[in-house]
Design a protein around this ligand. Structure first.
Ligand SMILES: [Zn+2]
Length: 180
């Protein structure tokens, strides 16, 4: 069973708008930065170098094979805040963690004041998840943080839905799970 390992989520997000439509190219660069940072955070210990290298390989392969349907974005975990990205009218809208140095070029508009003109677009879209290998909604939060997914047993605070509204565990990706 695939478990989505991330870090505890908080509201430390950054928003960017990048000109162009090469969402797969941008996602490839961003995932490389995430993996590099995560490996450094573990002091380049051999165990984590190996784990992260394997994860990078899987993400890269999925990105290379990905043919996104129109209006479907890409999501992957990043430190403290997952990354959500989607193409809209010739630009890539990105909501992501501010805990990585993304090294975007100068023509990238960064929106840091908390107001994101297309927040509804991000919140209401569906995304291909590089870890879970499936499409799902933007993240939703449970009111009760003590609940666990009946499939993976993870203490759950986040979930997604599919296009028919079915609940998906935010950790293992199991559909129609119950949280007990
Ligand atoms: Zn689960």
């Amino acid at each position: 069973m695939k478990i989505r390992i991330g870090y505890i989520s908080n509201s430390s997000s950054s928003n960017f708008i990048i000109p162009g439509t090469d969402i797969i190219g941008v996602a490839t660069k961003m995932t490389n930065i995430v993996i590099k940072d995560w490996t450094e955070k573990r002091n380049n210990s051999p165990q984590w170098v190996k784990k992260n290298k394997a994860r990078k390989k899987i993400w890269y392969a999925r990105l290379q094979q990905l043919s996104l349907k129109p209006s479907v974005g890409i999501t992957f975990p990043s430190t403290n805040y997952d990354t959500w990205m989607i193409v809209n009218e010739g630009e890539i809208y990105i909501e992501t963690s501010h805990n990585h140095d993304w090294k975007f070029p100068n023509n990238v508009l960064q929106i840091t004041e908390g107001f994101f003109k297309n927040q509804d677009l991000i919140k209401n879209s569906f995304y291909y998840d590089l870890d879970l290998k499936m499409e799902h909604s933007y993240i939703k939060y449970l009111d009760n943080w003590n609940k666990s997914c009946v499939y993976c047993g993870q203490c759950v605070y986040k979930y997604y839905t599919d296009k028919t509204g079915k609940i998906i565990c935010g950790f293992c990706g199991q559909k129609e799970t119950l949280f007990l």
